[in-house]
Ligand binder design. Structure first.
Ligand SMILES: [Zn+2]
Ligand SMILES: [Zn+2]
Length: 270
């Protein structure tokens, strides 16, 4: 099997509030599936860092990953990562978190707008709200890209999952072209990767995040790298649907995906 289908750069252990398995058990499952490399990227939500005890869980995650990395040496490449949510809400804290431990990969992500809860917890949306929220969402992603202290940007169509599953609203991404173009140009300029997140395929929306046409636009605007992330919270989802991620990346004009080691992009040709 092509190696790009066997490297998962985004997954969660039980050191994430919504994770279900220990790092060691995840490594055992990944090795059984013959995966080549995995990055543990437990959540660290900067806006609720102390309230929700990410100060402790991120350290716990890091050291459990080190232990697992030693135990699986020679069998599976285990990489140290973090999913840094909402870094722009407190850049000083975000800087501190990513520089206090040696990470292979930092994922930049956004789950909630300023003063609002995670889209996951929101129960209903009107069409007017979806437009306002998405405009704000892309403004915030642009600010994040402008800051740029991360290796790949996760699930850039995250709110679409919940607009659809909670209120049956589908979004025409062409309406946000100006913002997504600006975002892609910034990511390209800073050589930050775009993540192709397959988690959306396990949602009612049933789509990659982002979809192939947006990945293609990223490429057209000079995007250099893509990462594949399952966003697995259960071992059965490790590297899930990576054939679809590869198909979309090829359609977009990429001939490889990457994973990160000490923040260096390592290419895996298709
Ligand atoms: Zn996320
Ligand atoms: Zn995640």
């Amino acid at each position: 099997m092509n190696n790009c289908l066997l490297v998962d750069t985004h997954l969660h252990s039980d050191n994430s509030p919504d994770g279900h398995h220990s790092a060691m058990f995840i490594c055992e499952s990944a090795a059984e599936k013959n995966l080549k490399a995995i990055s543990f990227t437990d959540h660290c939500e900067i806006d609720v860092f102390y309230q929700d005890h990410y100060d402790r869980s991120t350290v716990q995650s890091y050291f459990e990953v080190l232990k697992a990395r030693d135990a699986y040496r020679g069998k599976l490449v285990v990489l140290r990562g973090i999913e840094l949510g909402e870094p722009t809400y407190n850049l000083a804290l975000a800087e501190k978190v990513i520089s206090r431990l040696d990470y292979d990969i930092v994922i930049g992500s956004l789950h909630n707008l300023r003063g609002l809860q995670d889209f996951y917890y929101m129960e209903h949306f009107t069409v007017e709200e979806t437009k306002r929220y998405l405009t704000e969402y892309y403004d915030e992603l642009i600010r994040m890209a402008d800051w740029g202290r991360f290796d790949t940007m996760a699930h850039i169509t995250y709110p679409l999952r919940y607009f659809y599953s909670r209120s049956g609203i589908s979004v025409d991404m062409n309406e946000y072209k100006k913002q997504t173009d600006e975002l892609f140009s910034l990511l390209a300029e800073k050589e930050i990767a775009l993540e192709i997140n397959t988690g959306g395929l396990r949602q009612p929306l049933n789509k990659l995040s982002p979809e192939a046409d947006l990945i293609k636009r990223f490429r057209e605007l000079g995007g250099k790298y893509v990462t594949f992330g399952s966003d697995a919270h259960y071992v059965e989802h490790l590297a899930k649907d990576f054939d679809k991620a590869a198909e979309a990346a090829k359609y977009a004009g990429f001939d490889c995906c990457v994973f990160f080691q000490n923040h260096n992009p390592m290419e895996i040709p298709f």
